[in-house]
Design a protein around this ligand. Sequence first.
Ligand code: GLA
Ligand code: CA
Length: 696
Amino acid sequence: MNRYALALGGAGLLLSVSVLAATAQVKAPITPPDPPKFDAQGKIDYVGVNDILEFKALPEYHEPDWVTKNFVATGKLPAVKDRLPKEPMVYKKSNTVDGIGVYGDTMRHVIGGRPEGWNYTAGQSQGWGGIDIGLSECLTRTGPLFQIKVDELQPLPNLAKSWEWSEDGHTLTMHLVEGAKWSDGVPFTTADAMFYWNDNVNDPNVTPLNGATPASFGEGTTLKADGDYTLIWTFKEAFPKQYLYQMAYGTFCPGPAHILKPQHPKYSKNTYEQYKNAFPPEYLNIPVMGAWVPVEYRPDDIIVMRRNPYYWKVDEAGNQLPYLNELHYKLSTWADRDVQAVAGSGDFANLEQPEGFVEALKRSASADAPARLEFGPRIIGYSLYPNLSANGWGEPDERGQAVRELNRNEHFRKAITSAVDRKRLGESLVKGPFTTIYPGGIYSGTTYYDKDSTAYYPFDLEGAKAELALAGLKDTDGDGIVNFPAGTAGGKNVEVTLLVNADYQTDKSLADGIVAMMEPLGIRVLLNQVEGKQRDALAQGGQFDWMVLRNQEELTSVVQKTVNLAPVGPKTSWFHRAGKDGQLDLLPFETEIVDVVNKFITTPDATEKKELMKQFQKLYTDNVYGIGLTQYPGALIINKRFANIPKGVPINLFNWAEDSIIRERVFVPADKQGKYELFPETLPGAPGGKEGPAKG
Ligand code: GLA
Ligand code: CA
């Protein structure tokens, strides 16, 4: 057939020899080989949701002695029982590895990102690495779900302490924790949730940090408040329980309406840009619902956070959490996070850049190493995403638009995938049993993976070239790079820009690999390597031809961030979004994928869910939707002085380990406490205060 396809494709008359060369197509895809064995360490103790926590009043409550002495006794703060909700969240001792903790000490994080500001709600990042996870609390919580028994899997209650579905399944009534307060003592109520929903999620001029849009909660979904503590959701579908996952980090974590709302354009003279930037990193003591409040910021040096005196969670003995008084975020690089955690000058790292694996393993092997290092399953992975929007998203120029059209051509995507030598790519990161080939879609070794539904196009350069010819591309000027067909983008060489996050060595290594592997295929790849903050903005804005992306929870847990699996809404996919007119230009197979994902979201039936994900994986890999590159395990590195680190925590399954370890109940036994607190015996001061934490 290919001879005809070629002729019809307008390739015209060719010399018989090149016709012969071009008649080959890429080899038929195969079922992927099983990944080399890599045993995750750390056995997980599986439990039910109610084994972890409950909401109830306890007979008495406690706090660090210095808080009572310096703040309560002096009249600066109400008594702890009056700062807590009527029924605080109580963590059960039986679910902890080391039991009831003691107060004190610091967790010293190191991050590679830099804070844009504190307006998370309007899309500002704080530099990642768990800093926002520690500030923001959400209606539900998913990080700790790695330890929940499969048949009891559902998000943990959090700011929403309970919920019920109406009989017809279209209404979900949620009850917020009554009497919980922001870190400045102002009550947390439905007003905070409604400000987030009405004036941020539903305001098209605002994009919250993790990209919540109305479609994140389903087409036609509404939310209203009934009094201070009841939220009422209505859904078009019956029982879309999947949206409970969307109400966790980072799509339903309301900011402090009493602080943010007066700056929002609807209630002030501000522009949207001014609203977004109203809380720069220097604005300290921003009220949070999380366990720690930012009290100090020194550019390119450190962010310090102190315990939130109004935190609304306790242990079973009534001790107000967190146990740790302080959190540090040293502003460095991601690679330095690994180095410092291993060396003991930092406390925590998600070891996720394979370039550092061997060294980290070697250094943590000795008995007196300060940190322990535990590998989990292979759930870190990267893909190459072609921008599939031909509808103006990101406003491409003529060349960019021509690349988008190519990206939408199945032959073109098959050519790219077959020109990637995944084995070599993985080995360029690290030698040994770590990396494995990744065809794309759901990761092998996760719940929803089905090998028989996975089409893998092995490395096949000749086949790849043939596919490129079928896409209508040939090198018309003989310089080794194929040209756009005459009449498209001036018939110039096909040059594609690749958006890369320069904050990570792994992203850069993989991008270099792509450049090298596309060259013999006849495609010139130019790197657009920018710092993380800018990468996020360009990716959100659609300003890329291709991008290399470390995948997120939608491809590991599948149930978390599910809406990001496909363009189920105008802004839910990473690489295919609506243009200015709000319209998506879905390819036929994408319409099917969208349909499958929507069904997955709404069906309550576990067997059907499994079946639907098989269909998803087949559609995804048959059509080379995203181009998988490599997948490998990550390791949690944590200083040995910390207690209550759950067994077998994956570094990123339902969320990152900074959430999954439940930091508010992590502690350091008294005899192991270090002298790391920079602001001992102090608490956060007034919002916006630049004077630093209030002194005791
Ligand atoms: C960054 C880091 C991850 C993790 C997340 C948390 O992306 O690379 O390891 O710490 O931040 O948001
Ligand atoms: Ca050329």
